[in-house]
Design a protein around this ligand. Structure first.
Ligand code: FAD
Length: 386
C-alpha cells in the first residue's frame, strides 16, 4: 500500500523511523511500559522533527502540510510504540487542532509556538464519574465571578493530566441542569490552586497514566475560556473527527506491529516438524488478519484525504475508528492464541498489545455509540446520543 505514497510522504515515514530508532527502539518501548514511564521527554524531539507543525498553516508558524502526512506519522508512531503516538495525538488532536479551530487570535499567538515545539501539551478533561458516554450530563460547574470563573466538580480517567500544562476542561456555565447546551471549555493550568490529581490503577497503557481530577473552587480568568461561552460541546464535536482519525491511524500501526510479531513467531515456531504458520488453520487466520489491517489502513488513508480536502467525514471517522480498533483487538486476541505460551509470558509484546487494545473500542467514544451515530446518518434511527 505504501507503493502509492508520494516522495514527500515517504520522507515523513523515514523521518518517523529515524526518530524512533534514536528514541524508541523496541527495548525502550518495553522498558517504558514495564516502568510506567510516559514519553513526555520525547516531545521536544518530535517538535524539532516538525511532526506537530504538519497540519498548521505557515501564517501560524506551521509547515502547512496535509492531514495525510499527520496520519502517516500517527500510523508509523503507532507501529513503533503506541505510547509515543498517543502523546503525539494529544498534542495535535486536543491541543493544536482545538486552538486552531476555536481558539482566539491571542490564544493562537500564545499557545501554538509552545505546542509546535513540544514544550507542553493539554489533556482533555471531559469524562466524569456520572457522565461517560452521556458526556452532556456533566456536572462540573463554572460560576461567574467579577474577573472570571470559579470551577468546581470532578473528572475521571483523564489521560496524562499530570504531565499536561493545561486541562482542556468542559464545565457547565449555563442554567440547564443537563444537556449539551451551556457547556464551556476552559484551559485550566494543571497546577492551579484547588486542582487535585489522583492516579488510577488500570489494566494497560501503562505509559499513559490516568487520573481522577478534582476542582475545588478553582479560580480562572476570562482568558481561560477557549471558544464561545456556552458553545463548548459544539466545539468538541467540531474537532472529534481529528481525534477519531488519530486513534484509527495509530491503532492501525499498532495492529500491524502486533501482527508482524505474531507472523514472525508463526514462521519460526516448529511443531510436528513444520512451522506452525504453515498449518492451514493458522495460515488462513493470519491472512484474514492482515486483510483486516490493510482494510483499516485504506479507511484511515481515505479519511485523511477527506480531512485534508476539508470534506465532511463524520461517518467515515466513526467507521475508521470502529474498524481499526476492533481489528487491533482481534489481532491481539488471536495473536495470543497463535503464540500460546510464548504470548502469555509477561515479557512478550503481544501481551502488551492485548492489554492495551481493550481500551480503544470504548475510548474516544464507545463503538456502540459510534454505531448509533452511523445508523442515524444512514437515516435508520432518529435522534440518539452523539
Ligand atoms: C484509560 C482511559 C483513558 C481515558 N482518557 C480520557 C481522557 O483523556 N479524557 C476524558 O475526558 N475521558 C477519558 N476516558 C474516558 C472514556 O472516554 C470513557 O470511558 C468512555 O467515554 C465511556 O464512558 P464510560 O466508561 O463511563 O462507559 P459508559 O458510558 O458507562 O458505558 C458503558 C457501556 O454502555 C454502553 N452504552 C452507553 N450508552 C449507550 C447507548 N445509548 N446505547 C448503546 N450502548 C450504550 C457503552 O457503549 C458501554 O459499552 C478514558 C478512559 C479510560 C479507561
Amino acid at each position: 500500500m505504501d507503493a502509492l505514497l508520494t516522495e514527500d510522504e515517504r520522507a515523513i515515514l523515514a523521518s518517523v523511523d529515524g526518530f524512533a530508532s534514536r528514541h524508541l527502539p523496541p527495548d525502550e518501548v518495553r522498558r517504558r511500559d514495564r516502568e510506567h514511564q510516559p514519553p513526555y521527554d520525547l516531545l521536544p524531539a518530535m517538535g524539532e522533527a516538525g511532526f506537530f507543525a504538519l497540519p498548521v498553516p505557515d501564517d501560524h508558524g506551521g509547515l502547512g502540510r496535509s492531514w495525510r502526512e499527520v496520519a502517516l506519522v500517527q500510523e508509523r508512531l503507532g507501529w513503533h510504540g503506541y505510547m509515543a503516538a498517543s502523546i503525539y495525538n494529544r498534542v495535535v488532536g486536543f491541543g493544536v487542532m482545538s486552538v486552531l479551530t476555536y481558539g482566539s487570535p491571542a490564544q493562537k499567538r500564545d499557545l501554538l509556538p509552545g505546542l509546535l515545539s513540544g514544550s507542553f501539551f493539554m489533556a482533555l478533561a471531559l469524562t466524569e464519574p456520572g457522565a461517560g458516554s452521556d458526556a452532556g450530563a456533566l456536572k462540573t460547574r463554572a460560576r461567574r465571578t467579577a474577573g472570571g470563573y470559579v470551577i468546581s466538580g470532578s473528572k475521571i480517567w483523564i489521560s496524562d493530566a499530570e504531565g499536561a500544562r493545561f486541562l482542556l476542561t468542559a464545565a457547565r456555565t449555563g442554567d440547564a441542569a443537563k444537556g449539551s447546551d451551556g457547556i464551556t471549555l476552559f484551559l485550566v493550568p494543571s497546577d492551579a490552586p484547588g486542582v487535585t490529581l489522583s492516579p488510577l490503577a488500570k489494566v494497560g497503557n501503562n505509559a499513559m497514566p490516568s487520573f481522577e481530577v478534582g476542582f475545588a473552587d478553582v479560580e480562572v480568568g476570562d482568558d481561560a475560556v477557549i471558544g464561545e461561552v456556552g458553545g463548548g460541546f459544539r466545539h468538541l464535536m467540531s474537532t472529534l473527527h481529528y481525534s477519531r482519525a488519530s486513534m484509527a491511524a495509530t491503532v492501525t500501526g499498532a495492529a500491524q506491529a502486533a501482527l508482524d510479531g505474531v507472523m514472525s513467531h508463526a514462521r519460526e515456531r516448529q511443531q510436528f516438524g513444520k512451522p506452525i504458520g504453515s498449518f492451514q488453520v493458522l495460515a488462513h487466520r493470519l491472512a484474514d488478519l492482515q486483510t483486516r489491517v490493510d482494510l483499516s489502513r485504506l479507511m484511515v488513508r481515505h479519511l485523511a484525504t477527506l480531512i485534508a480536502r476539508g470534506l465532511p467525514c463524520k461517518r467515515e471517522a466513526a467507521q475508521a475508528k470502529v474498524v481499526a480498533t476492533e481489528t487491533l483487538r482481534d489481532v491481539a486476541d488471536q495473536g495470543m492464541q497463535i503464540m500460546a505460551s510464548a504470548g502469555y509470558a509477561a515479557d512478550s509484546d503481544i501481551q502488551r498489545f492485548w492489554r492495551d487494545s481493550r481500551l480503544y473500542t470504548f475510548g474516544e467514544g464507545t463503538n456502540e455509540i459510534l454505531r448509533d451515530g452511523m445508523a442515524r446518518e444512514l437515516g435508520l434511527t432518529g435522534r440518539q446520543p452523539s
